[in-house]
Design a protein around this ligand. Structure first.
Ligand SMILES: C[S@@+](CC[C@H](N)C(=O)[O-])C[C@H]1O[C@@H](n2cnc3c(N)ncnc32)[C@H](O)[C@@H]1O
Length: 187
């Protein structure tokens, strides 16, 4: 049932929009699964930047990319995604991918947070090209709580429809705070 996983859906939509050898940003590197998928899209001729605030994420992602012979395709940055404007030009990225929460298998107390996540989305929207897309996997409940999800959904609801198409998906018949996949297309 891999089709029902949030990451599977987000990857499918990203792939459907991907530009060969484009510029991709993974705003939450974690174990590197999204970075690896973006490197596969970018290939040797494209560019991938990946951010995380934990050394552990960099180490795990390096290992994963190395196993797939893609270590040279990405720049792994130990910094918060709320600073991504220090590393990427306005209107330059084809896809920006966020997968909020904590590092699976790591410390649940070190996680994305409402204020920096909203700040990073704002900056990311400026960095996206016209025609580019942003993917958000939003989690809630448990150690994550609800504040981040609420703040993100409030923020994206106010985005101008002249500038962005915002699609919020729902696992309609699933209980226990299911994840929310969101896609934002920049016109
Ligand atoms: C759910 S994990 C990401 C999963 C990852 N994309 C993957 O494929 O395995 C969320 C990650 O966000 C990181 N994170 C937390 N705050 C951050 C911030 N301000 N900037 C960048 N990454 C952050 C955490 O350290 C954690 O590794």
């Amino acid at each position: 049932m891999k089709q029902s996983q949030i990451t599977y859906w987000c990857h499918e939509i990203i792939r459907s929009q991907a530009v060969k050898e484009g510029f991709y940003i993974d705003a939450t590197m974690g174990n590197g699964n999204d970075t690896l998928m973006l490197c596969d899209l970018a290939g040797a001729g494209g560019k991938v930047l990946a951010f995380d605030i934990q050394e552990e994420a960099i180490t795990r992602t390096k290992e994963l990319l190395d196993q797939h012979g893609m270590l040279d395709y990405a720049e792994l940055i130990l910094d918060g995604h709320e600073h991504m404007d220090r590393y990427a030009e306005l209107q330059s990225a084809d896809v920006i991918c966020f997968n909020f929460g904590y590092l699976p298998g790591g410390d649940h107390q070190i996680a994305t947070s409402a204020s920096t996540s909203v700040e990073a989305i704002k900056k990311g929207l400026g960095i996206l090209k016209s025609g580019g897309m942003m993917s958000l996997c939003i989690y809630s409940g448990g150690d994550t709580g609800f504040k981040e999800k609420e703040r993100i959904l409030e923020f994206i609801k106010e985005l101008s429809p002249q500038e962005y198409t915002v699609i919020v998906n729902e696992y309609y018949n699933r209980g226990n705070c299911p994840p929310v996949p969101v896609f934002i297309f920049k016109r």
